[in-house]
Design a protein around this ligand. Structure first.
Ligand code: GLU
Length: 435
């Protein structure tokens, strides 16, 4: 059975790179009916924090990456001490003060057979003796990592290739301890668009931050999978189950992946579009509440979300797009206003529209369409001659879903108020106004 592990150090939040490493391990386990172990590498007692442990576990759960076993290295110090003793006893390690140091064999070579990078040979002349137990009594990373990987029966070490320099040191420890070597799979790094290693400079890096920014877990997982792996057939949309079916180590790329926020947004937009309407509404409600846009009329809200569902790629973007439905005043885009809300004729048309809407029946979108079309015919103008200024007057901009739906969802009162406001402004040449 394949047994893999994800081994984060809780010295920071779970970031994109860590989450991708975790995902690849999880996918490998699930695609081969293997086991996925989560191991918290909290041996550095000064830098490890409980809040990071919690955040890592929460993020993994949110992404749907469930684990079969969970270990904390901080609870295994005795075990590491025992093995340090045995290496001391067999003469493979020595004491330096209170620290225990591993004697690296001289004049020999270590060979890594990496499933992605191939064969790598390192001369032990390049490797210094290794600290096993630090002078404060805490075990060093390479030592507990090897012990745990061996004792937990890990068959494949799948991790970022920033760890490749540790691998020869770890292989020497496997040999000294008489453990069987696992297979090594070092996955290429994730870079920012400027081809430097992905970091805070490139924007949000932690999974919890993406969660806060309104990304969906399925979209993150989908996008992470594409960061360094491909299905081989141009398919781009995969949920976890589909990924677990398709995943293979062979299809992990050999070159670094570039993180592309626009691609992530696109994937997120895809998932938003394809979410059940009710689920999408429920996800949006907390954002609406936070903004004070609470509404009792859930049918109305559901309709509005349906109207906009193909137009936003992150949840908070919905609020930006639909702000004018919730707020009393409208931000008029200068260019839109200058182009459509300046002429006396526009004011006249809007006045006529206002009068008809005031008396009109708002019970269906069709009724509203009928009112507008009848007016257009009566005036003998093209529909756009009326619709363009009406759109700007009601929404503040030139881009929106269909105007009949906009009027319907705004409701009679807001439409009439907004049209009156704009008509008056046009007739006063927008004097004494900030917008
Ligand atoms: N705790 C190490 C890290 O977070 C784990 C490295 C490994 O997977 O061996 O980088």
């Amino acid at each position: 059975m394949n047994i893999v592990r994800f081994a984060p150090s809780p010295t920071g939040f779970l970031h994109i790179g860590g989450a991708r490493t975790c995902l690849f391990n999880w996918l490998f386990a699930r695609s081969t009916q293997g086991k996925f172990v989560l191991r918290i590498e909290d041996t550095d007692l000064n830098r490890s924090e409980k809040q990071y442990v919690d955040e890592i576990l929460d993020s993994l759960k949110w992404l749907g990456l469930n684990w079969d076993e969970l270990y904390y290295q901080s609870k295994r110090f005795n075990l590491y001490q025992e093995y340090a003793f045995s290496l001391l006893n067999s003469g493979k390690a020595y004491k330096e003060g209170t620290a225990t140091i591993f004697k690296v064999p001289k004049n020999t070579q270590v060979t890594i057979y990496d499933l992605i990078h191939g064969k790598i040979v390192i001369d032990t002349e390049q490797i210094k003796d290794q600290v096993l137990i630090k002078s404060d009594g805490s075990p060093a990373y390479n030592f507990c990592c090897v012990l745990d990987d061996a004792l937990m029966g890990i068959t494949h070490i799948i991790r970022g290739d920033d760890h490749i320099a540790n691998t020869p040191k770890q292989i020497l420890l496997y040999e000294a301890l008489g453990f069987k070597l696992p297979k090594f799979v070092h996955i290429p790094m994730i870079l920012g668009e400027d081809k430097t290693r992905l970091s805070k400079r490139h924007g949000a890096t932690s999974i919890s931050e993406y969660k806060r920014q309104g990304y969906l877990p399925d979209a993150i997982v989908n996008y992470l999978a594409l960061l360094g792996w491909s299905s081989g057939n141009n398919r781009e949309i995969f949920n976890l189950q589909a990924l677990a079916k398709e995943f293979s180590i062979k299809r992990i790329n050999k070159t670094a992946a570039i993180f592309d926020l626009n691609r992530l947004k696109w994937v997120n937009g895809y998932y938003i579009k394809n979410l059940e309407l009710q689920n999408l509404v429920e996800l949006l409600v907390p954002y609406l509440e936070k903004q004070g846009y609470i509404t009792e009329d859930f049918d109305w809200l559901r309709g509005l979300v349906k109207l906009y569902k193909t137009r936003f790629q992150t949840l908070p973007r919905f609020l930006e797009l639909t702000k004018f439905f919730f707020e009393d005043s409208v931000d008029y885009q200068t260019q839109a206003k200058d182009e459509f809300l300046k002429s006396e004729q526009a004011a006249d048309y809007l006045e006529k529209l206002k009068t008809l809407l005031e008396q009109g029946n708002f019970s269906t979108v069709e009724n509203i369409e009928h009112i507008v079309r009848t007016l257009v015919q009566g005036l003998n103008i093209s529909a756009s001659t009326l619709i363009h200024p009406a759109r700007v007057a009601l929404t503040g901009g030139t881009v929106s879903p269909g105007i009949f739906e906009i009027i319907y969802f705004l409701g009679k009162e807001k439409c009439v108020k907004r049209l009156s406001f704009v008509i008056e402004k046009i007739r006063n040449n927008w004097e004494n106004t900030q917008t």
